[in-house]
Ligand binder design. Structure first.
Ligand SMILES: [Zn+2]
Length: 221
């Protein structure tokens, strides 16, 4: 079941190591099927180099395994918590990508100082409060910090990005890490200046009207 979504979720999990966002088997991407509401996620503890679409685990929204031989990602509960509370989400990615996570280690947001990432997110990348690992506390902390946005740092942990699809969530994770690295390098040479709120709003609206071939593409199209 959900073969197309399994292929997409597998492919987007493989994008994480290609973009140097993860090591070993850390990090995960999931996608939600709009019709059934079922969630497809990476299995727990399987190295990316071994990952195939048939390894993906299908869960219902309460976490019952509907299909799959393996245990789902240890972070599946966090993904499900977010899907239960955000109807707009069709995909979630989680990484410990180093530059973004260095901001999370300090409990700091990544300021909106660069237009390319601001086009995509329409704001800074907020950092949540510290959350005990596990689905409820981490899920709540992400929801609180996100305020409806698509990217959050979890203090002392890592990065969660969200999107309309698994592809969009994983793509945002890659752009976010690039922005975190560039912002970090700039901050080494002195203070950086966040874009004014009205310019952030203008950037976000302009990108949505003009990016891609249709004028309505997302960065992952
Ligand atoms: Zn993690």
């Amino acid at each position: 079941m959900l073969e197309t979504l399994k292929e997409e979720v597998c492919e987007q999990n493989l994008e994480l190591p290609r973009n140097r966002l993860v090591v070993g088997s850390g990090g995960n991407v999931s996608g939600r099927d709009a019709q059934t509401g079922h969630v497809v996620i990476k299995p727990s503890g399987v190295k990316f180099s071994k990952l195939k679409p048939e390894h993906m685990v299908v869960l219902d929204i309460d976490g019952t395994v509907i299909e799959g031989e393996m245990k789902p990602s240890v972070d599946a509960g966090i993904h499900l918590y977010l899907y239960r509370h955000r109807d707009d989400l069709g995909g979630i990615a989680h990484t410990h990508s180093p530059y973004a996570t260095s901001f999370a280690a300090r409990g700091e947001a990544i300021p909106a100082v660069l237009t390319p990432i601001t086009h995509i997110l329409g704001r800074d990348v907020p950092c949540s409060r510290y959350a005990t690992p596990g689905e409820v506390d981490t899920g709540e902390a992400i929801l609180e910090a996100a305020e409806g946005g698509m990217a959050v740092l979890v203090k002392a942990h890592g990065v969660f990005t969200m999107g309309k699809s698994a592809t969009e969530a994983a793509t945002i994770a890659a752009y976010l890490e690039e922005a975190a690295m560039t912002t970090h390098l700039a901050m080494l040479r002195g203070p950086v200046e966040a874009l004014p709120d009205e310019e952030i709003a203008r950037c976000y609206a302009w990108f949505r009207q003009n990016y891609g071939q249709t004028g309505r593409d997302s960065p992952s199209s």
